[in-house]
Design a protein around this ligand. Structure first.
Ligand SMILES: [Fe+2]
Ligand SMILES: [Fe+2]
Length: 128
């Protein structure tokens, strides 16, 4: 699944929008590498880079929410923690994969969860 970034996904906070756009690019690069049958070790290390990027993004986003006094901060932070747990579970599955095709369903699932989070909860940060 190649997901094209659209301006409609912007929430109106520049730092957040830029990292979201970069996150789309990282997922797409990863899916392309799977399609090119890159070595499993390369894919795994790219995936760990992707998770680290997501973790840094979540921390930055949480700081921005706190600075703005966002009232649903605690629930949003909880959702971030769950997404990171999901991503770490995917990393475990990937470490057991024998073929890059095995990785795609997990990656697509995680990609959908994160995109959905951006479109639903992140959007709420500026909706008030
Ligand atoms: Fe976000
Ligand atoms: Fe978020």
């Amino acid at each position: 699944m190649h997901s094209t970034w659209k301006d409609a996904y912007k929430i109106g906070i520049e730092e957040i929008d830029q990292t979201h756009e970069h996150l789309f690019a990282l997922f797409n690069e990863f899916v392309e590498l799977c399609g090119k049958r890159a070595p499993l070790q390369t894919l795994l290390s790219r995936f760990h880079t992707l998770i680290s990027y997501v973790e840094v993004h979540f921390a930055e986003e949480e700081q921005i929410m706190q600075d703005r006094g966002y009232e649903d901060f605690a629930d949003h932070k909880d959702i971030h923690s769950h997404l990171i747990c999901d991503a770490k579970e995917v990393a475990k599955d990937l470490a057991r994969a024998e073929d890059s095709d095995d990785m795609l369903p997990y990656i697509h699932c995680l990609q959908s969860l994160i995109i959905e989070h951006i479109l639903r909860q992140d959007r709420q940060i500026t909706a008030h």
